[in-house]
Write a protein that binds this ligand. Structure first.
Ligand SMILES: *Cc1c(COP(=O)(O)O)cnc(C)c1O
Length: 372
């Protein structure tokens, strides 16, 4: 029987596009946040959406070994899946516990994030003294108990006494804009609510909020994006390490006469005689169509622009002036690397690194570096 590693290597040889995920870089990002940015504070990891597309089954154990004792996922199903690879670690489910699913949470020992008064009541009745996290909305108007519901909760000592609060959390709307007045406003609201509730570890900070400084740290911080190399400080140098590289093979290179157009819609007309390379990646792989005629890739370190529309499986690049032995069928083009990361590719597509990363497709051969 060939080893898993050999099978993966062969699949990569065959593959027209390879997504490489550096687990050591994820662990290094964890340590950097833990030791340098929020020292002395408990740190959870948010690995919802299959660890932002990178694979929760691989990322979860790596972070657990790095010392993570609390994971957040979005849905009950993500919780079940993570429970299989992390039998003991605490796993919290951000979507909350909808009526009727309390037993499923308890069976998989998942910690519900209680998002409204009804969830608090039902969980306390169904599973008194099983850990839960209380989520307060302090200005996001999305999920969590409203101020009115916190009033109701504090007026009803019975409801609170049935809860084992693993944490009380809230979430900031504008953490990636350090000077936004909403940040101190939400901080003040969170503090005021905490003062009225039973003592429990408090948690407010996602990746960007950790960089707002110690007043935002409380007892537990909960980064997601920064662990995966997304810049928590938009517009400033990225303090995190890139965790993914993406390469795609050139399928064909052609000479295109001046005046000819490239791709669907004939949107791009070549002004001079050109060479165009067609590569094996498209919007079905998460290479967003909105980056048509805007994004770029690199061949042997030289940037080459996308020309024409991005189609489902193919992207066309202007490789005029690139050595023919570099720009040839079968050669790899770099789409994401240390110098041009998900935030850069996202900017070209008119979106954010979060969306880019979570959309990177299922069609790539995936190689995990640093896996044990
Ligand atoms: C996604 C999420 C996080 C993590 O946010 P990042 O910006 O990825 O660090 C933290 N808390 C909540 C409630 C979230 O939904």
């Amino acid at each position: 029987m060939p080893s898993d590693r050999k099978v993966a290597a062969r699949a990569a040889d065959r593959a027209n596009a390879i997504l490489e995920i550096d687990l050591r870089a994820v662990a290094a990002n964890w340590r950097r946040l833990k030791r340098e940015i929020a020292p002395g504070v408990r740190m959870a990891a948010v690995i919802k959406a299959d660890a932002y597309g990178l694979g929760a089954a691989q990322i979860g154990p790596v972070l657990a070994r790095a010392g993570c004792g609390l994971f957040f996922v979005a849905s009950l199903d993500e919780g079940f899946a993570l429970r299989k690879v992390l039998p003991k670690t605490a796993i919290a489910v951000l979507d909350g516990v909808l009526a009727g699913s309390e037993a499923e949470f308890a069976r998989a020992k998942l910690t519900p994030v209680l998002n409204d008064f009804g969830q608090v009541q039902r969980w306390g009745k169904a599973h008194p003294r099983r850990p839960a996290i209380l989520h307060l909305d302090t200005g996001m108007e999305r999920l969590g108990l409203s101020r009115g519901e916190v009033d109701r909760l504090t007026a009803d000592a019975g409801v609170l006494s049935r809860l084992d609060l693993a944490a009380i959390m809230s979430h900031l709307a504008c953490a990636d804009e350090p000077d936004h007045p909403k940040n101190p406003e939400q901080l003040a609201r969170f503090r005021a609510a905490l003062a009225r509730l039973p003592k429990a570890p408090a948690s407010l900070a996602s990746s960007s909020a950790i960089f707002l400084g110690p007043p935002y740290h409380f007892q537990i911080v909960r980064p997601g994006a920064a662990l995966f190399g997304i810049n928590p400080l938009p517009g400033k140098p990225n303090p995190m390490r890139a965790t993914v590289t993406l390469r795609a093979k050139i399928l064909q290179v052609r000479d295109v006469d001046a005046g000819e157009t490239v791709g669907y819609g004939a949107t791009h007309r070549m002004e001079r005689p050109s060479r165009v390379a067609t590569i094996a990646v498209g919007y079905a792989d998460g290479w967003l169509r909105s980056a048509s005629d805007r994004g770029s890739a690199a061949i042997a370190g030289r940037r080459v622009p996308v020309v024409g529309r991005i189609s489902m499986d193919l992207v066309t690049l202007d490789v005029t002036g690139i050595d023919a032995d570099r720009a040839r069928p079968g050669a790899y083009v770099d789409l994401l690397d240390d110098r041009y990361g998900v935030d850069d590719a996202a900017a070209a597509a008119g979106t954010i690194g979060y969306e880019m990363l979570t959309l990177l497709g299922r069609r790539y051969a995936r190689i995990y570096r640093g896996a044990r």
